[in-house]
Design a binder for this molecule. Structure first.
Ligand code: WTA
Length: 654
């Protein structure tokens, strides 16, 4: 079981009920909340059947709600047919064709408003363009783009024709991109000449070319959006400009009606091995939880303007940018750039300029902006805000209180949402008009989600504040379908314990006296850097792939902005680097990891020694390494260590 790193939350007992004013206009009021829970408890399948009929438009209605004959492979609404893009766009056209679907702001300040009708037309034209390049139902398409509306258009267009997209975050390196393309067997790559971020241009096409050079035999076509206008190389026959692909295409494209379980997308995420896994999501089940959580947790209503700051390269950007809020018929905001360009007031300026009502971001962004002081948010009119959210990691009560007072002016409920790439949508989160919040707690499971904290035997832990494994005891519609191309890994990772009956989230958690959930940390070798999941094994394999490195172990230590920071312990071949040499090798290795994985994976600190502390049976003592990384006193007995002397080296004492 992981250490409890967030002890401070143990003393947190403030409670924040929503204001009467908020409750009065909330979609889900306390009585509705109770009714939803009652329905789900009385008739689990009936509840989901009702939700699916109520919230999705079906081309062919389903007669089977849940097929669990191949458990733990669960299939929802199996014989139904629908189209995700139809549900996100077309079904709103009769009533709100002119409503703004997307408000876009580039880092340099350019803006665009796209109505539902325009979104429909652009998605159809691009979908027809994809077809003209031979893309068909079931083909895999990798998307490696900046945060522009075209990223959403590309995702929607794939969904429209039944192609399975896999978005790769623009911050990942050429190497990571190649691995994902090859694992997915993608036939097409959609990218851009570049994007604006942090006052610089992100060279997406250049990285894409590098990935393709490294060998991606399945790729036939590359589509390139002109965003920055800079010169880039275009390979004739293979590379096509986006504007050429859509030129002359019809703005009508009949949706491909697919089965409910048809894969909508793959999204790669880190686990405990060196290789990221392709999380496969369904069409109907995924979209159902996506839409209801936008309605329940974000309380999205007709005139809301919703800004989720996540990039579409992460699951949050799928469910709360590209699909869920559109399926709910809302107006979303997309921002291309960094939060501190031109200064730390950018987010708050965007809130004022676009009159954002619901704002969703990561604790790391809140902590980073909090450091710049209250003067930035205080310069802007934030009175349009009515609801705030967080995701990605536990939020420390100090950052929560700042968010609550300085941003929300003590008026806006804060929804702290626990979920994962694998769960597709919120699982444990407050429904803001019905559940009081506590700083640092994601509160209670949503109706229809049977989450629990269990011990090693799988028994429910009833004692308050005692930690255990966070599990979900019943299948739910947006649960991952499998790991792409690796059924065994799906079972081994998510159903390794408790007779394969419960979904194992990989987090530890506790429940307090009120039954509120508090996430304590990961139980596997996954670290959370600025809300981004990274496997320590991935970073270790990148390090040992460098010619100078023979062995590496990676752990994390707490970091006041990023949540966790990466510390790598490295054994070089030949002499251990000392003095002047250290800086040089550190630089070399950090750059190397940046190339192998992406800038987010660069170790914050690298320490060298002649060997790693190991037990006599050869096991690396990770707990000891964590103590060293945190500068903690070593209390455990190290006399049994194979190589006691290296501890001093790693501590920097020798
Ligand atoms: C962590 C992001 C505490 C958790 C949606 C989980 C959280 C992992 C929270 C999933 C939260 C996410 N409080 N921890 N509200 N939300 N986590 O797949 O460890 O990128 O397992 O999905 O982030 O990360 P992922």
């Amino acid at each position: 079981m992981a250490d409890n790193d967030i002890n401070s939350t143990l003393v947190e007992n403030r409670q924040f009920p929503p204001s009467e004013e908020f409750v009065a206009r909330a979609r889900i009021k306390p009585a509705d909340f109770e009714a939803l829970h009652k329905h789900a408890e009385a008739n689990y399948e009936g509840f989901w059947e009702y939700q699916a009929r109520q919230n999705l438009d079906w081309h062919k209605p389903f007669s089977i709600t849940l097929d669990d004959s191949r458990a733990p492979h669960y299939q929802w609404f199996t014989d139904g047919e629908l189209n995700v893009s139809y549900n996100c766009i077309d079904r709103h056209l009769a009533t709100q064709a002119d409503k703004t679907a997307i408000i876009f702001e580039g880092e340099e300040g350019d803006t665009r408003h796209i109505s539902y009708q325009q979104l429909h037309d652009e998605v159809c034209q691009f979908a027809n363009g994809l077809k003209s390049r031979g893309i068909k139902n079931g083909d895999r398409v990798v998307i490696y783009m900046p945060m522009t509306p075209e990223a959403v258009i590309a995702m929607q267009a794939c969904a429209r024709i039944g192609a399975i997209h896999s978005v790769v975050f623009g911050g990942f390196s050429a190497e990571s991109l190649r691995d994902r393309i090859n694992d997915a067997g993608a036939v097409m790559l959609i990218t851009a000449d570049g994007g604006h971020r942090g006052g610089k241009i992100v060279e997406l096409k250049t990285a894409a070319d590098k990935a393709l050079e490294k060998g991606t035999p399945s790729i036939e076509n590359v589509i390139v959006l002109k965003r920055t206008g800079q010169d880039i190389a275009m390979q004739s026959g293979r590379d096509h400009w986006w504007h050429d692909i859509v030129a002359g295409q019809s703005s009508e494209c009949e949706p491909e009606w697919v089965n409910a379980t048809h894969p909508l997308f793959l999204l790669y995420t880190s686990g405990s091995t060196g290789k990221p896994k392709g999380i496969q999501h369904s069409s109907a089940g995924y979209l159902l939880n996506a839409v209801i959580t936008n309605l329940w947790v974000f309380d999205l209503q007709d005139n809301d303007i919703f800004w989720c700051t996540a990039d579409v390269g992460w699951i949050t950007g799928h469910t709360y940018v590209a699909f869920g809020p559109l399926a709910a018929g809302s107006t979303i905001v997309m921002y291309e750039g960094a939060p501190v360009v031109p200064d730390a007031g950018r987010f708050w300026k965007i809130v004022e300029d676009h009159k954002i009502t619901v704002f969703y971001t990561a604790p790391t962004a809140i902590r980073a902006l909090m450091k710049f002081g209250d003067e930035y948010p205080n310069k802007y009119d934030l009175s349009s805000l009515r609801l705030l959210g967080t995701v990605g990691e536990p939020i420390n009560p100090e950052a929560w209180m700042w968010y609550h007072t300085v941003i929300g002016k003590e008026r806006c409920p804060i929804v702290d949402t626990w979920w994962q790439t694998e769960t597709g949508a919120h699982m444990i989160a407050p429904i803001p008009g019905a559940v009081s919040t506590k700083p640092g707690s994601c509160t209670l499971p949503l109706p229809g989600i049977v989450a629990d904290v269990v011990n090693e035997e799988g028994e429910s832990i009833t004692e308050a504040n005692k930690g255990g494994y966070l599990v979900i005891k019943k299948p739910f519609p947006s649960m991952l379908q499998t790991v792409w191309g690796d059924e065994q890994r799906y079972i081994d990772t998510y159903f390794p314990k408790f007779g394969g009956k419960y979904y194992l989230a990989g987090d530890s958690a506790r429940r307090d006296e009120d039954g509120y959930f508090w996430i304590m940390g990961r139980i596997d070798d996954v670290v959370n850097i600025s809300g981004h999941r990274l496997g320590t094994m991935e970073i270790e394999s990148a390090l040992v792939a460098h010619e100078r490195v023979v062995e590496a172990a990676v752990v994390s230590r707490p970091h006041d902005v990023k949540g966790e920071a990466i510390v790598a312990f490295v054994i070089c071949n030949g002499e251990r680097p000392v003095d002047e040499e250290v800086k040089k090798v550190v630089q070399e290795l950090r750059d190397w990891v940046g190339e192998e994985i992406g800038a987010i994976a660069k170790p914050d600190e690298i320490r060298f020694a002649d060997g790693l502390p190991k037990t006599r049976s050869g096991k690396i003592m990770r707990r000891l390494l964590r103590n060293i990384a945190r500068g903690e006193e070593i209390t455990q007995d190290i006399s049994t260590l194979e190589n006691e002397g290296v501890v001093k080296q790693l501590q920097g004492k020798e």
